[in-house]
Design a protein around this ligand. Structure first.
Ligand SMILES: Nc1nc2c(ncn2[C@@H]2O[C@H](COP(=O)(O)OP(=O)(O)OP(=O)(O)O)[C@@H](O)[C@H]2O)c(=O)[nH]1
Ligand SMILES: [Mg+2]
Length: 304
């Protein structure tokens, strides 16, 4: 069975790719062989695009449009959809939702969902592996779609070369509070649903916050107005992505982000790998469960 999967991966067969990602996520014994079979130069050259933002802003609709654009350039696209809502379905709902939106029959669009809930960590490791597998099997664009709430989702964004923050008018006051934090991770802000009232004001607010919050007036996030549901503003958005990508390659920012993402993956894998042995140590240590649990934790970590 293992050889089949490795062959499927080598042949860039969508099913083989999906299966390989599942196996890595389950920490299957084949994981090492899968990950070491990938072409590093393909992984290195792919564009990893993060699409984040509050629930309902239009991330999936926009992702769908972006996919169409890259497909029309003949590029193969992988999507990692991080789904915080559904521990039971394992995120299948979101994946299906994207798949249903027009690319279902296209073997050069491969969507993979990952649930954050019900997971004790390891999301960066798993998502990072999915990105590698996609890129290593010929996806020159890999999109990570994630809802911009919660720390694990924000960590995921750090796997991307470029992050597009999708906002929309009329999503409520909590969005205002989140905006500053979200803006820090954004290279480009898509003010989506700009067919609705309040889009202009939102765009102006973002410009103001973006210039103030980072203190980085030379590179404030570029704001694009979009109507994802009608495919409007996509030229401008794609152009902005291209411009940022070129600038990051030139300045070394891209390399820096890749290095940072790599270290994040290493850390996540290391913690995952240590967990079973630590659990064993806890179970095999006589302790009265009184006092400072942190102290016992540091004692257990010192054990060889
Ligand atoms: N008026 C308007 N509606 C839009 C636009 N883009 C998306 N929508 C609608 O907004 C709703 C949410 O869109 P999604 O793409 O599912 O949003 P999302 O950010 O992926 O949502 P979650 O994955 O649930 O966080 C859908 O009903 C879309 O049809 C737009 O530009 N204008
Ligand atoms: Mg969505």
């Amino acid at each position: 069975m293992g050889e089949d999967i490795l062959k499927g991966l080598k042949d860039r067969d969508p099913r083989g790719i999906a299966r390989a990602i599942s196996l890595v996520e389950e920490n299957d014994p084949l994981t090492d062989r899968i990950l070491s079979s990938l072409d590093d130069s393909l992984v290195d050259s792919a564009l990893v695009l993060g699409i984040t933002g509050p629930p309902g802003a239009g991330k999936s609709t926009l992702t769908d449009r972006i996919i169409s654009r890259y497909r029309s350039q003949g590029r193969r696209v992988g999507v990692v959809a991080i789904d915080p809502t559904s521990p039971i379905s394992g995120g299948a709902i979101l994946g299906d939702r994207i798949r249903m939106m027009g690319h279902a029959l296209d073997k050069d669009v491969i969507v993979r969902s990952m649930a954050t809930r019900g997971r004790l960590g390891g999301l960066c490791a798993a998502a990072g592996a999915a990105v590698r597998i996609f890129a290593g099997s010929g996806c020159s664009v890999v999109i990570i779609e994630t809802v911009g709430v919660g720390q694990s989702e924000m960590d995921i964004v750090r796997l991307a070369d470029i992050t597009v923050l999708v906002l929309a008018p009329g999503l409520g006051d909590d969005i205002q509070a989140m905006k500053a934090g979200l803006l820090e991770v954004a290279d480009i802000v898509a003010v989506n649903k700009s067919d609705l009232e309040g889009a202009e004001t939102l765009a102006m607010d973002i410009e103001t916050i973006a210039r103030g919050s980072t203190g980085d007036v030379e590179h404030p996030a570029k704001v694009c107005m979009t109507v994802a549901s009608e495919g409007k503003g996509l030229d401008d958005l794609l152009q902005a992505i291209e411009t940022v990508e070129a600038a990051h390659r030139k300045s070394g920012e891209r390399r820096m982000r890749r290095d940072r993402a790599y270290d994040l993956e290493v850390l996540d894998w290391a913690v995952e790998m240590m967990k079973p042995s630590i659990i064993k140590r806890i179970e095999s240590t006589d302790h009265d469960r009184k006092g400072d649990p942190r102290l016992l934790a540091s004692k257990l970590l010192e054990q060889e």
